[in-house]
Ligand binder design. Sequence first.
Ligand SMILES: [Zn+2]
Length: 83
Amino acid sequence: MSRGFRNSDETQALEEKATSEQINAILERDREQASHAADVRAHGHYGVCEDCGKPIGAERLEALPTATRCVRCQAEWEQTNRV
Ligand SMILES: [Zn+2]
């Protein structure tokens, strides 16, 4: 095995570790989002974007019941809160 291969194995191991950390962070964020969505629902704001105040599309809520932002605000939020 050449040195080059060894290095690439190590790089891959590091990448795999980063990936599982990212997955954990995403799962954690999903849990937080789910409890946040339950909170929003409890206050009667379910289905309204918490950033712009516009209604969240029914299709989006059906696909993602924990959504508390419209597609546009969610995309912006993800840009600034990237895991
Ligand atoms: Zn919005």
